[in-house]
Ligand binder design. Sequence first.
Ligand code: CUA
Length: 145
Amino acid sequence: MDRGERLALALSSFLLVLFLSSAVFAVVHYDVGLPTCITSMEPFDEGEVIEHAEDRYEVHMLAMKWQFDPEEVELPVGATADFYLASDDVMHGFQILGTNVNLMAVPGAVNYARVRFDEPGEYRVVCHEYCGSEHHEMMGWIIVE
Ligand code: CUA
């Protein structure tokens, strides 16, 4: 093995360790959760907000041309919400600005993410996947107060 190969091996090993350490740090320190496809739940055909406790909510969010159902969700400060996302027609995006929720609404499937809202505010929800002529109008709100 010549000097260049040893250097390349050392550098790539270092980058691999750096990448894995960063991933572990993000999970442990920032409580980063990976978006998950739920296989045990049938796609639903209407949106719903279910209150399980004062600070625990379940939101069934349905994406469709060109809106979200429900269009607005009101939650108290400190609430943890489990978002289940389905699509009524084509692929849509679902991003809650100011949080780490960023999912795809896939026809025939349910995707999932959990988020806790510690700060009051109006969190805009946007569709980030081009889904037709009114894609730019497709948005919603999470109101936390
Ligand atoms: Cu829905 Cu873009």
